[in-house]
Design a binder for this molecule. Structure first.
Ligand code: AMP
Ligand code: MG
Length: 414
């Protein structure tokens, strides 16, 4: 793959997309365990939902046209239909059945008169207004007909989908297996939580942010810890990630890919596979290595993210997220985006996409966004305090106070 070049976000996304394949392998899981999993097959309704015409309200079931012409109509109550206990028999002209919400409509009935609209007189009821055929009746198959696609292949299962699958009687679902993603941080300066900080060292925070984002996305994470800035250590880590023990589908690393870094990263990654080193026209998060490592024969996707803690998150959301979703067989869903008024001016030059950490609040009908303090790409606190990222598009110039911007809310992003 190519030498270092500067790419727009859109170009980088397209190149990654072109080079991303869906993983193989599926699993049958209990419905309760299927939340957020990706459906491997279309789910087809084996029965209609609801299975029978039924009452949408508590009241009296009758046949609208034969309920009589006189006003008020007087009908004889010949029985009761409850949810789970249908009325047996049929209902003739001048008759009705007491019915509860969800109960099967008795034979001969096509409408329900709500109980608040009748006057009960012994075993008869009186109705003022003429009932409309079909009123307060739910039709069999109104939600789903037998043979309908309930949920399409590639769907990431939501709580509503769990209920929908239950409504057609599915106790198990066929889902794509979780992708195995190996994660490690590179840098001699990095120490893990729990280790002492000696002179010049910092905590490895990126691995924890990455693990969080990957788990939210539904990946199985294999934590390979901190790897020294040393060709042999890097090579060993990549080979281990690809080998039979870890068997990663993808590797996500942070650090060691910027232009100022020692060339050994490039040498090792190139030797073990086919990896491009890009300069992205985005801020924060300029450097990115992307490609495949083929150390164990089969190509394993590699995302070499920048070292800066905020850049790691931005590049993950802007580039890695969609690629991993695609590899999981998920149908692409557009990123949720707010249209918001920016409360303060933001300097911006055309020619790169910029991401600004911000807090979005709603005032009246309008969403407002305000950047969170210092935006240095190492300042993770401002990411934690933010609830969205303002996205300033490639061609855009400065934002004036009150200008309209797009923002990705974190809620729903992963
Ligand atoms: P690099 O891309 O390796 O040159 O790293 C850029 C900056 O990010 C440096 O200040 C690093 O110390 C910092 N950095 C790199 N990796 C991590 C990490 N895992 N956790 C926190 N900071 C990091
Ligand atoms: Mg480094």
């Amino acid at each position: 793959m190519g030498e270092e070049r500067s790419l727009t976000l859109a170009e980088a996304r397209r190149l990654i997309d072109l080079d991303t394949r869906a993983i193989e392998g599926r699993q049958r899981v209990a419905l309760k365990d299927a939340l957020d999993r990706v459906l491997a097959e279309d789910l087809i309704a084996r029965c209609p939902v609801p299975a029978h015409d039924n009452a949408a309200m508590d009241g009296y079931a009758l046949h609208a046209r034969t309920s009589g012409e006189e006003s008020p109509r007087s009908l004889r109550v010949i029985g009761t239909a409850r949810a789970g206990h249908p009325f047996v028999g049929s209902v003739a002209t001048g008759e009705c059945v007491r019915i509860m919400t969800g109960a099967v409509m008795p034979d001969g009935c096509d409408a329900v008169v709500p109980q608040e609209n009748v006057a009960v007189e012994g075993d008869r009821v009186a109705i003022d207004a003429a009932p409309r055929p079909g009123q307060h009746r739910r039709l069999a198959g109104e939600d789903l007909r037998a043979g309908d696609v309930v949920l399409g292949r590639g769907r990431r299962i939501t709580p509503a989908d769990l209920g929908l699958a239950a409504s057609v009687g599915e106790a198990m679902l066929d889902v794509v297996r979780r992708p195995r993603v190996a994660v490690f941080s590179t840098g001699n300066e990095l120490r893990d939580v729990g280790q002492a900080l000696d002179a010049g060292t910092i905590r490895d925070s990126n691995r924890y942010t990455l693990i969080g984002m990957l788990l939210r996305l539904g990946a199985e994470v294999i934590d390979l810890g901190i790897v020294r800035d040393d060709p042999a250590a890097l090579e060993a880590a990549l080979i281990h990630a690809c080998g039979a023990t870890v068997a990663a589908d993808a590797i996500v690393t942070s650090g060691g890919v910027s232009a100022g870094d020692a060339d050994h990263t490039r040498d090792v990654m190139r030797r073990l596979g086919s990896v491009a080193f890009w300069k992205l026209a985005i801020k924060p998060g300029r450097p990115l290595a992307f490609g495949h490592i083929a150390a164990a024969g089969r190509p394993v996707a590699l995302f070499g993210l920048p070292g800066n803690p905020v850049a790691v998150m931005v590049v993950f959301y802007a580039l890695v997220r969609d690629a991993l979703l695609k590899s999981m067989g998920a149908r692409p869903e557009p990123l949720p985006s707010l249209v918001a008024q920016c409360d303060i001016a933001i300097p911006k030059v055309p020619g790169r996409t910029e991401f600004v950490r911000a807090v979005a609040t709603r005032r009246g009908e309008t969403w407002h966004v305000r950047p969170t303090g210092a935006q240095g790409s190492g300042i993770l606190r401002s990411m934690s305090e933010a609830n969205c990222l303002i996205v300033l598009e490639h061609e855009r110039g400065p934002v004036e106070a009150g200008g309209i911007v797009a923002a990705w809310p974190f809620h729903g992003l992963v």
